[in-house]
Ligand binder design. Structure first.
Ligand code: FA5
Length: 344
């Protein structure tokens, strides 16, 4: 009997050490440790042995049974780790998936460049709210309720009660000029700021008009500021922005918050000023409005009248990006079409 148990041990050990699959191993476990296994039969029949034999066979059979349990569980662990490694196997020779790197939107590129140029000229970048009070968007910049200038911009009203107090309505701002008085109320001259931001107008859209677009306001205030200062800053900015010498032309125009007011044109980026279809053969392209800050605006900000002078300008960011990248439809910017944004 003792020999038999040792034979079981050697045979089992030999078989377990062979290459295994989890299925084969559990079949072996049944064979050597299952209820009907030889070892269990021996243990079951111990009662039929003599007392002498029981003393030897009992402990030996139990010892072998425990040793077998131990090597089975070792083998099971070994197999489990092999299976995991197989699941995690990576084919390092497989072709890689194409990575499509993200791109900055052309408006972001243009805005970054504008901000770099102006900060290098000593301007501070200032922000303001998209949802604005009627006061800052209109009243404070010399456009009270009954002013015809309000009709120049179709407004999205958030709140417009019939009997509201002066300036109390709420609008989606129609222009970044809304930040002028907001800023001046809290800061004293000399000041040089630019205000990039989104503006909204209740307009029909076409290739050059959006209802939601971006403007760039510039405001410079000090004791002696003249139109010549504006021209210098404008020419410096546009020359740096387009990477070539640009000329700026002023045409008289009307904006309630400036006096005198102008519309300003830059030399055509397509033909260099010779005349082409982009500039309707004039050699000039209109980019924005500008002028010397009206004393009523300074007064609304709490500055004494006639103490300070300043210039302000506002231009459309989309229009500038269209000129720089030769984009022929403003609606492409917010189309969400990746084929468009991928080109920049
Ligand atoms: C204004 O908004 C004035 N606040 C600009 C200004 C600032 C004048 C400071 C004087 C002093 P205007 O409505 O013209 O002006 O708009 C300025 C620029 O915004 C235009 O020249 C154009 O480039 C752009 N713009 C106007 N409407 C649209 C639109 N619907 N879609 C795209 N760009 C527009």
């Amino acid at each position: 009997m003792e020999k038999k148990i040792k034979e079981i041990w050697w045979k089992a050990k030999e078989e377990i050490s062979q290459p295994q699959t989890p299925e084969k191993l559990s079949a072996l476990k049944v064979k050597y440790l299952g209820k009907k296994s030889e070892l269990n039969q021996i243990l079951k029949n111990l009662k039929n042995l003599s007392a002498e034999e029981k003393k030897i066979i009992g402990p030996l059979a139990n010892q072998i049974k425990n040793k077998l349990k131990e090597i089975f569980s070792q083998k099971e662990e070994e197999l489990a780790s092999v299976v995991d490694a197989e699941k995690e196997w990576i084919d390092v020779t497989a072709p890689a998936q194409r990575v499509r790197p993200g791109k900055l939107h052309p408006l972001t590129l243009v805005q970054n460049q504008i901000e770099d140029i102006f900060t290098s000229l000593g301007f501070e970048i200032v922000d303001g709210p998209d949802v604005e009070t009627e006061f800052y968007n209109f009243d404070a910049i010399n456009m009270p309720d009954d002013h015809p200038g309000r009709d120049m911009q179709d407004t999205f009203w958030i709140s417009k009660k019939e009997n509201r107090k002066k300036g109390e309505g709420v609008v989606m701002r129609t222009q970044t000029s809304s930040v002028q008085v907001r800023y001046m109320e809290k800061h004293q001259p000399p000041l040089r700021i630019i205000v990039p931001g989104r503006v909204f107008r209740n307009e029909a859209t076409d290739a050059s008009h959006e209802h939601t677009f971006h403007q760039f306001e510039a405001l410079v205030v000090d004791k002696k500021i003249s139109v010549a200062n504006f021209l210098f800053v404008a020419e410096t900015f546009f020359s740096q922005f387009f990477g070539e010498k640009m000329k700026v032309r002023l045409r008289p125009s009307y904006f309630p918050f400036v006096e005198p007011g102008f519309e300003f044109d830059i030399s055509c980026t397509n033909c260099g000023g010779k005349g082409c279809s982009t500039c309707s053969q004039t050699g000039w392209i209109e980019v924005g409005g500008a002028g010397m800050v009206h004393q009523n605006v300074f007064q609304a900000a709490g500055y004494p009248r006639n103490k300070y002078q300043g210039f302000a300008w506002g231009f459309g960011l989309e229009r500038l990006a269209m000129m720089k990248y030769k984009i022929n439809d403003i609606r492409l910017f917010h189309s969400g079409d990746i084929r468009f944004t991928e080109q920049f």
